[in-house]
Write a protein that binds this ligand. Structure first.
Ligand code: NAD
Length: 418
C-alpha cells in the first residue's frame, strides 16, 4: 500500500486521462474534479467509562447532477478529508457508468472501530447521524455501508434520522437489515458484480473461466463473496488474503470454507486448506489468470505493478491501483477492469433497495440478482463499445468516458444557476 499517493489526486488524474477522448472545455472538466461541498464534523461522544472522546467525521457531496448524492460511510483510522472526497467522486462516475439515477457522496469517521465497544460505536454512529440529518434524506443524500460499517450502523442511522424527523423514511439509507427495509441480495451484491464483470471480461477476451487461476487480496464482504461466486463458475481460487497475510494452495482453496475459518478465528492465518502462507505482496504478483484486489486503495503502486503477472485484473476495491500502477499495467497490456464498473453491484442493489423502500413493495432475491445482472452486463457492453470506438488505451479510461458524458449531459440540461 502506498499511503503517499493521495486518492483525490488519483481521481483527478483519471478524469484528465478520459478528457483526452472528450471534447469539453476546461471549465466543464474543472467542475467534474471537485466536490460541491464537504461537511466536517467533530463528534463528542461519551465513552463507557464516562470520559468524552472527539472523533473527526466527514461527508462529501461531490456531484448531484444525475440525482441524490449516494455513497457509503467508512470507519477507519486512515480516513481523511481527501480520501472521502476521492471516494465521493468515484461514486459519481460509478453511478453514471452503470446508469443509475444518482450523484455521488461518501462519508467517513477517523476511528479504529475495533478499539470501541458496541454501545460506544452506537453512540458514535448516532452522533454522526445527528450531524448528517440536515443534509441527508431520500431525495437529498443517501448513505450506505462501506469498510467496517454494515447493517447495524445503517439501522442506527435510519432510526436516529426518523426519530429526529418524526417520520418513517427507510429510503434515507441503504444496506439495512431486511427487517428494517433492507433488500434481498444486498450483502452479496458487490461480490456479485465483481463476478459478473470477470465473467464478461473473460468472454470478451476469449478466455475460459473454467479452471482459470484466481488470487483475491482482501477477504471481507467484497472479496469473499466475489471469490465464492467466481469459484462457482469453475475457476480455481488459489490464493486469498487479509490484513494478516495470504494463504495459498496451487490446487485451489475452498472459498466458502476459507471464509468460515476467517469468521471463526478472525483471520486466514493457519487455514488448514492452504499448503503455504505468503505475504500480500507475493499474492499480488502471483502468476494467475485473474487478480482481484478487494482490500483498500493504493494496494498496487508503480513498482509492484512491474511484477504483477496476472493477465486480467478486476477491481473489487475502490482505487486499488495508483495512477503509476495503472500506467504500468496499461503499457504491459494487462487488462484492468475498473472499480467503477466491477464493484458497482453494491450501489446498484442499494438503488433497488431505495426503489423498494419508496414503493413499500419488496422483491425476491431472484429478481434482485436478475436486475443486477442486466445492469452490469449493459454497462459492460457500453464499456467495450466506447473502448473500441474511441481507441482509449485501457478499459478504465473508456469507462470514465462513458460516465463523464452522462454527467455532463445531465449538467447541461440543468444549466448553471444562479
Ligand atoms: P471489509 O472490511 O469487509 O473487508 C476488507 C478486507 O480487506 C478485510 O478482509 C481486511 O482484512 C482486508 N485488508 C485490509 N488491509 C489489507 C491489506 N493491506 N492486505 C490484504 N488485505 C487487507 O470491506 P469491504 O466492504 O469488503 O470493502 C473492501 C473494498 O471494497 C473497499 O475498497 C470498499 O470501498 C470496496 N467496496 C465495498 C462495497 C461493499 O458493498 N462492501 C461496495 C463497493 C466497494
Amino acid at each position: 500500500m502506498s499511503p503517499e499517493v493521495n486518492p483525490f489526486e488519483s481521481l483527478q488524474e483519471q478524469i484528465d486521462d478520459a478528457s483526452d477522448y472528450l471534447e469539453y472545455s476546461t471549465d466543464v472538466l474543472e467542475r467534474l474534479k471537485h466536490p460541491e461541498r464537504v461537511l466536517e464534523a467533530n463528534l463528542s461522544v461519551e465513552m463507557d467509562d464516562g470520559s468524552v472522546e472527539v472523533f473527526r467525521a466527514y461527508r462529501s457531496q461531490f456531484n448531484g447532477d444525475r440525482g441524490p448524492y449516494k455513497g457509503g460511510i467508512r470507519y477507519h483510522p486512515q480516513v481523511t478529508r481527501d480520501e472521502v472526497k476521492a471516494l465521493s467522486g468515484w461514486m459519481v462516475y460509478k453511478c453514471a457508468a452503470v446508469n443509475i439515477p444518482y450523484g455521488g457522496g461518501k462519508g467517513g469517521i477517523e476511528i479504529d472501530p475495533r478499539q470501541y465497544s458496541a454501545s460506544e460505536i452506537e453512540r458514535i454512529t448516532r452522533s454522526f447521524a445527528k450531524e448528517l440529518r440536515p443534509i441527508i434524506g431520500e431525495d437529498q443524500d443517501i448513505p450506505a455501508p462501506d469498510v467496517n460499517t454494515g447493517q447495524r450502523e445503517m439501522n442506527w442511522i435510519k432510526d436516529t434520522y426518523e426519530t429526529l424527523e418524526n417520520t418513517t423514511e427507510p429510503g434515507v439509507i441503504t444496506g439495512k437489515a431486511p427487517e428494517s427495509g433492507g433488500s434481498a441480495g444486498r450483502v452479496e451484491a458487490t461480490g456479485r458484480s465483481v463476478m459478473l464483470t470477470a465473467r464478461e471480461a473473460f468472454d470478451y477476451l476469449g478466455k475460459d473461466m473454467a479452471d482459470a487461476t484466481v488470487a483475491v487480496q482482501g477477504y471481507g464482504n467484497a472479496g469473499s463473496v466475489a471469490a465464492k461466486l467466481i469459484e462457482d463458475l469453475g475457476a480455481n481460487i488459489v490464493a486469498v488474503s487479509d490484513s494478516s497475510g495470504a494463504v495459498y494452495n496451487p490446487d485451489g482453496l475452498d472459498a466458502r470454507d476459507a471464509k468460515a475459518f476467517k469468521s471463526e478465528t478472525g483471520s486466514l492465518t493457519g487455514y488448514e486448506g492452504a499448503t503455504e502462507e505468503l505475504t500480500n505482496e507475493e499474492l499480488l504478483t502471483m502468476d494467475v489468470d485473474l487478480l482481484v484486489p478487494a482490500a483498500l486503495e493504493n494496494a498496487i503502486d508503480g513498482d509492484l505493478a512491474q511484477d504483477v503477472q496476472a493477465d486480467i485484473v478486476v477491481e473489487a476495491a475502490n482505487g486499488p491501483l495508483t495512477p503509476n500502477a495503472d500506467d504500468v499495467l496499461s503499457d504491459r497490456d494487462v487488462a484492468v477492469f475498473p472499480d467503477i464498473l466491477a464493484n458497482a453491484g453494491g450501489v446498484t442493489v442499494s438503488y433497488f433497495e431505495w426503489v423498494q423502500n419508496r414503493q413499500r413493495f419488496y422483491w425476491s432475491e431472484e429478481r434482485v440478482n436478475s436486475e443486477l445482472e442486466t445492469i452490469i452486463t449493459n454497462a459492460f457492453d457500453d464499456l467495450v463499445e466506447t473502448y473500441e470506438e474511441t481507441g482509449a488505451p485501457n478499459f478504465r479510461t473508456a469507462m470514465y468516458v462513458v460516465a463523464i458524458q452522462r454527467v455532463v449531459a445531465a449538467a447541461e440540461e440543468g444549466g448553471i444557476w444562479p
